[in-house]
Ligand binder design. Sequence first.
Ligand code: UT7
Length: 333
Amino acid sequence: MSRAAVLTGIGAMVPPREVGNDAFAERLATSDEWIRTRTGIRKRHMVDPGTSTSDLAVEAGQRALKSAGRDQVDLVVLATATPDYPLPGTAPDVASRLGLDHVPAFDVAAVCAGFVYALATAAGTIGAGLTDRVLVIGAEAFSTILDPTDRGTAILFGDGAGAVVLERGPADAPGALLGFDLGSDGSMADLIMIPGGGSRQRSGGAPPDADRAWFTMQGREVFGQAATRMAESTRTLLKTIDWPVESVDRFVGHQANVRILHAVSDLIGLPRERAVVHLDQVGNTSAASIPLALAHAAATGQLLPGHRVAMSAFGGGLAWGSAALVWPDVVPG
Ligand code: UT7
């Protein structure tokens, strides 16, 4: 039997507190109309004080394990840009709380592309014979790093977590990951960053001031990069696995802005209706974005067993990644 990585379960969660666009209009120079028309976002969910990324990851992980009908895995890979602490990684804590004692567990830091990077890493360990079953989680408490006074970022992001179980199986099984395209361009790292708190800043001798600890993004420049990179990466992937663009039933792109999803669809020549849109409900949830969108699409019947699915993500780094699979018969947990 070939050693493909096959998706056998999926789970997702968002914290209960909903924040509508009007909440920002009350305190920033913005409006529900601007946010809806420029981004497509209507609301997002945010953690309450005391709740962190691991709490969301544990819940999504439990749901994915339930969906796969499993209670053990060989590895946990957690994609996040908002770990509970600068160190240690958050994945070991998540694994312990899931009852997965002593399994290897580590974080992947590729910001919004993190889930696809984590998926590729996990699939690689299955292909290499290191593991047979892996829990891959994308989780973010992104609201915790947003500058509440910056209307250019505060309105865009939300919190949540999504997870999948990958298991060793045949390459022709529904759910088998059929290929990846990954890339990065660090020359544009300053477009999306937290300037303080890392060794670049701390080598000066002190922890960061509050004004250097917030997330920053140059939105307009990122918009253009996001559309171009996701389109190029998706095209490359489809060529590698020999899928004509028109054969793709669902495009699950990083949920940052509905205008970016439309731009990518137009650039690759796919009807816009095939792009799954979930950001209206949850905003940009960074590494959780793709698994949340997959789970939502599967739960609402937009994604059906047998559908050809192309996913593509883009974000800070800059880093981007795409993956493809035929959707399996799974019920989100
Ligand atoms: O997760 C990583 C990937 N992230 C992304 O892909 C995000 C990509 N960027 C975007 O989605 C968009 O660039 C934004 C939604 C961030 C901004 O939309 P835009 O259409 O690119 O607007 P802009 O930055 O070109 O700004 C247009 C105007 C500016 O005012 P002036 O200079 O024309 O007077 C901004 O100051 O809109 C203003 N503006 C706002 N107005 C009301 C920016 N943010 C807001 C706001 N409310 N929240």
